[in-house]
Design a protein around this ligand. Structure first.
Ligand SMILES: Cc1cc2nc3c(=O)[nH]c(=O)nc-3n(C[C@H](O)[C@H](O)[C@H](O)COP(=O)(O)OP(=O)(O)OC[C@H]3O[C@@H](n4cnc5c(N)ncnc54)[C@H](O)[C@@H]3O)c2cc1C
Length: 459
């Protein structure tokens, strides 16, 4: 504690522009991210820098005093990556929220990390440009957090994850030094790709203070369709058959029966509550190509046993159908504590993963609602339980481990887009192998020799 006080004294005298939150109730707001089922520490202080120089000064002093630091964006993460560490300093990048330049000539945008994803999308759309990565939380999560987690979202099936849209970063390293990993060139093979290394490193290797992101021309309005199925297996088969048919819709999302009913209960959207599963399919192909793409998707879904199909007639209706998916997590949270998992498998194995989730949760009597980015092979089984019941909580752990084992046996991953964070650490060596984890530890030791950056996360 004395060391923390000495660090804070130095911050106050050397970095007067940095806002410090010391009041316990203010710090309490930075204890958790969106992993409500985890417990986390109370930050000893919360620092709110405004500039790269502030972040650099903070890390230089944290390094000198050997104070642990938790980088944080908007705190919507689902792996405990930005959750507090008892007595550590949380550095929240929320005040670094300026879009620095939109560059239509080079199809890129330069931004600070605290900008909210939806605000960046809106700003570039004003120039006829498009930034595709769109986590379902896009109205609340920050670009810095998206970079920290390599966020996915609803259009990865066509456009990939956040990492695919990063040209270069400015990063403050653990000792306070500032580096740049790339710029506005589309191609760059000079040296190791540090850009790719920092994206997804969950604040354990450095703090991202600026990003140059790729853009593309804004596509036209989307064509949107919902399909309902009598069995979960038929919906899984429809997903696999669309991939087999070479279809690459911009969105291919799945909601199971529990999720459809929860969303309908919460928001009265008039969904088919008797269906075992629902798929949301969207196309942003230009002009009439969108309708043709949806026709092909519809044929594949009917051949797999879709019982009914609804197409949006206009943009407003499309938005309404899309809401069904975006509201899923919040609707489920009305029913208990939600432990959201994030497994991914090769797309052809989605039907097997869905069957395994059903089998495992039924065998243990654990309530589960599954939705997710089925077109990427990425599903979110949400285990719903009463947090005051220790046995129920223990069972969610057992179920999670069994689902992870199945995902790995199917050639998949224990986390496709939310990250290892603090929630899934013990599974990293199981998935990647001890040798790969040793290589990661060597990189961590080289970049953060005192281990001050987000300790206990990822590794
Ligand atoms: C309703 C809901 C829906 C969601 N849907 C999706 C989805 O579809 N796809 C998806 O991928 N995720 C989804 N998420 C999870 C979450 O929104 C994403 O992980 C998002 O990228 C986190 O952004 P954030 O700003 O909240 O980051 P935080 O939670 O604050 O931080 C996330 C991680 O990034 C690190 N970090 C933050 N800023 C920086 C920085 N500047 N430099 C270095 N490291 C940093 C943190 O240390 C932490 O490890 C959803 C969450 C919710 C609540």
């Amino acid at each position: 504690m004395a060391e923390l006080d000495a660090f804070l004294d130095d911050v106050r005298s050397e970095l007067p522009a940095v806002r410090l939150l010391m009041d316990p109730s203010d710090r309490e707001a930075y204890r958790l991210d969106e992993t409500a089922y985890l417990s986390a520490g109370l930050p000893g202080a919360v620092a709110l820098p405004l500039t790269t120089a502030d972040v650099s000064g903070l890390l230089r002093l944290a390094s000198a005093h050997e104070i642990a630091v938790v980088p944080r964006g908007a705190g919507t993460g689902l792996s405990g990556g930005a959750a507090g560490i008892e007595g550590a300093v949380t550095i929240a990048l929320t005040r670094m929220n300026q879009i620095l330049e939109i560059d239509p000539d080079n199809l890129c945008v330069v931004t600070q990390p605290g900008v909210i994803n939806a605000e960046l999308k809106d700003a570039v759309a004003g120039h006829g440009l498009f930034y595709p990565p769109d986590p379902a939380s896009y109205e609340t999560c920050s670009i810095g957090g998206n970079l920290g987690t390599n966020a996915g979202g609803l259009c990865c099936v066509k456009y990939g994850q956040t990492r695919d849209w990063v040209l270069g970063l400015e990063v403050v390293l653990a000792d306070g030094s500032v580096i740049r990993t790339g710029g506005r060139t589309v191609k760059d093979t000079a040296g190791y790709s540090l850009t790719h290394l920092f994206v997804g490193s969950q604040g354990t290797l450095g703090i991202i203070t600026e990003a140059t992101l790729r853009l593309r021309p804004l596509p036209g309005p989307r064509a949107t369709m919902l399909a309902f199925f009598a069995t979960l297996g038929a919906a899984g088969e429809a997903v696999a058959s669309m991939t087999r048919a070479g279809l690459v819709p911009v969105t291919l999302e799945l909601l199971d029966h529990e999720t459809v009913v929860a969303v309908d209960d919460a928001h009265g959207l008039g969904l088919d509550r008797g269906a075992a599963a629902m798929l949301l399919v969207e196309s942003d192909a230009p002009g009439s190509a969108a309708g043709i793409e949806l026709d092909a998707a519809e044929a594949a879904m009917l051949a797999s046993g879709a019982t009914s199909i609804v197409r949006a007639q206009d943009a407003q209706e499309a938005d309404w159908l899309r809401q069904a998916r975006r509201l899923a997590l919040r609707a489920l949270e009305r029913q208990g504590t939600v432990r959201m998992e994030d497994v991914g498998v090769p797309r052809s194995r989605v039907p097997e993963l869905l069957a395994a989730i059903e089998r495992i949760t039924a065998a243990h009597g654990v309530r589960c609602a599954t939705f997710g980015h089925a077109g990427d092979g990425n599903l979110h089984p949400n285990l719903i339980f009463d947090r005051n019941d220790p046995e129920a909580e223990r069972l969610t752990h057992v179920v999670r481990d069994e689902i992870f084992r199945v995902a790995l046996d199917l050639g998949g991953t224990v986390t496709a887009e939310h990250g290892i964070g603090s929630a899934r650490r013990e599974w990293l060596p199981v998935q990647k192998g001890e040798g790969a984890v040793a290589a990661m530890r060597a990189i961590k030791a080289a970049l953060d020799p005192k281990g001050i950056l987000n300790p206990g996360r990822v590794l």
